[in-house]
Ligand binder design. Structure first.
Ligand code: FAD
Ligand code: MLT
Ligand code: ZN
Length: 480
């Protein structure tokens, strides 16, 4: 292994090959703090050529590579396993916005550019890059593409795969595929770009991307709405679509338990409504500088919703700072859950028409499995995507009983996934599979689907060195 480390140092500079425990610590533990591995080294190349040199050297030495962007992934896909044999390849030094073309509506970036920096580059030329996640200050475009990230703008603009036109990828043998084309029309064969989107670093390392830009939407009308039930939230969604049409850009749900955690743990957070409600919806309409009537549209929508019984109260943002405060209630939930104690995440999609009955029946069932478990339910209800997350029960003296949640974790997750599968939903709406869900996903897919996934992996990465153990579980009896 010393030969490999020497070669890596020669290729990218000794300062960028980290092996000391203190230097690698932040790269081997995931955001949740529950997935910790060991790395042979963490390497930080600064260009596509350097990434290619690293991958070729690792391939030559038979050493697995774990690509890593901002390390905000929630399924353990960007951190190494416990073997200590894997090289973490961080894209953290590849932060160049290569080109912005407002007329073509494209921005070309290095894979390590942080999402918020792509948004800012678009804004500078009066355009919008719509993807928005709670982690946007640290997640990278390479990670967003590799997880096919969702977030709060999917309702209007789609998942990451709908926002990309072309990619540059270092293949598992070190060759570079230059697919950095910004063409809207290109029917010249298999869609290789889309093959790498959502591949979680198992087919190659994304080093650059051409992304789509949209007209800017500087006008917003935002409301925090109390709704009596999930059923009411779904009815409100229908009304919002009717009233706001294309201007409807956000429709997020959260239960009271989620908001209680935010109010307890997020400095400065306050409840914008007087009376507590079981459920809340964050609704936002967005429009161009000439879209004048958004506030009126939102007000009339909410008036009708109250009359119809699908909303009981609402707070409208009257200023940018009030808007930020409403968004913080929603975006602060993941962090607040983590501060509270042990958390079990389930990122599921269900047919929207089934959401209400599903949540109504699932809650009592989980109480039987783990009495007192706290349901922290929130997410992108406009996409049918719930973060059906759990926090540990409280002990008699009000502490988070993390051991109780850990002891029941497998049974809780099985109850949820089995039920999602019966509804023909998905056990990973937007976070991917990583190491956490790879085996479970394979068990809910047909043999044909799993065989196809293994065939794709085998074709592109026959040595199985790109992020092994992530996304595609090894075939039974295989050594990888
Ligand atoms: P990492 O965590 O570094 O890696 C994620 C995966 O991508 C790994 O498998 C890794 O190997 C692979 N990868 C990373 N970079 C590359 C590359 N250049 N080439 C090939 N493979 C690569 N996700 C959502 O979808 N929607 C949300 O609303 C959302 N909200 C979040 C809120 C918070 C507070 C947090 C902490 C996370 C949230 N996430 C959300 C999850 C996470 O931010 C996304 O999955 C994000 O896309 C990961 O980007 P990253 O750069 O941090 O990737
Ligand atoms: C979010 O939408 O806030 C995250 O994807 C949910 C999570 O952290 O589980
Ligand atoms: Zn989410």
């Amino acid at each position: 292994m010393d030969d490999l480390l020497d070669r890596l140092r020669t290729s990218i500079g000794a300062d960028h090959v980290l092996t000391e425990d203190a230097d690698v610590a932040a790269y081997v533990v995931d955001w949740t703090g529950t997935r910790a591995g060991r790395a042979l080294a963490v390497v930080r190349p600064s260009s596509t050529e350097e990434v290619a040199a690293v991958v070729a050297a690792c391939a030559g030495a038979g050493v697995p590579v774990v690509p890593q962007g901002g390390n905000t992934g929630l399924v353990g896909g960007g951190v190494p396993d416990a073997s200590g044999n894997q090289v973490v390849l961080s894209l953290g030094r590849m932060r160049r916005v290569r080109e912005v073309d407002p007329v073509a509506g494209t921005v070309t970036v290095d894979a390590g550019v942080v999402l918020a920096d792509v948004q800012a580059a678009a804004e500078k030329v009066d355009r919008l890059f719509p993807m928005s996640l709670g982690s946007e200050g640290s997640c990278t475009i390479g990670g967003n593409l590799s997880t096919n990230a969702g977030g709060t703008a999917v309702l209007r603009y789609g998942m990451t795969r709908e926002l990309v036109l072309g990619l540059e990828v270092v293949l598992p043998d070190g060759r570079v595929w230059d697919g950095l084309r910004g063409l809207r029309k290109d029917n010249t064969g298999y869609d290789l770009t889309q093959l790498f989107v959502g591949a979680e670093g198992t087919l190659g390392v994304i080093t650059g991307a051409v992304l789509r830009l949209f007209p800017a939407t500087p006008r917003h009308a935002t409301a925090w709405v109390a709704v009596p039930s999930v059923d009411a939230a779904v009815s409100l969604l229908g009304l919002a679509q009717q009233h706001a049409g294309v201007h409807l850009s956000t429709f997020e749900i959260a239960n009271r338990q989620a908001i209680d955690l935010v109010l307890a743990h997020l400095p400065g957070a306050s409840d914008p409504l007087g009376e507590p409600s079981d459920w809340y919806v964050l609704v936002e309409l967005a429009g161009s500088a000439s879209d004048d009537g958004l506030d009126e549209t939102l007000e009339s929508l909410l008036g009708e919703a109250v009359e119809a019984g699908c909303a009981t109260d609402a707070a409208l943002a009257g200023s940018p700072s009030q808007r930020s405060a409403l968004w913080a209630l929603r975006e602060g939930i993941s962090e607040a859950q983590k501060v509270e104690g042990a958390t079990l995440k389930h990122d599921v999609t269900l047919p929207i028409a089934r959401l209400a009955e599903w949540t109504d029946t699932m809650g009592p069932r989980l109480q039987e499995v783990c009495p007192g478990v706290r349901l922290v339910t929130y997410g992108h209800v406009g996409d049918g995507n719930l973060h059906y997350n759990l926090n540990a029960p409280l002990t008699d003296d009000g502490r988070s009983d993390d051991d109780a949640l850990r002891a029941a974790a497998a049974d809780l997750t099985t109850a949820i996934y089995d039920s999602v599968a019966r509804e023909a939903g998905s056990i990973s709406a937007e976070h991917g599979l990583g190491r956490t869900k790879a085996a479970a996903a394979a068990s809910y897919k047909s043999d044909v689907e799993v065989d196809l996934m293994r065939a794709v992996k085998q074709a592109l990465d026959p040595a199985g060195l790109m992020n092994p153990g992530v996304l595609v579980p090894p075939a039974p009896g295989a050594s990888a």
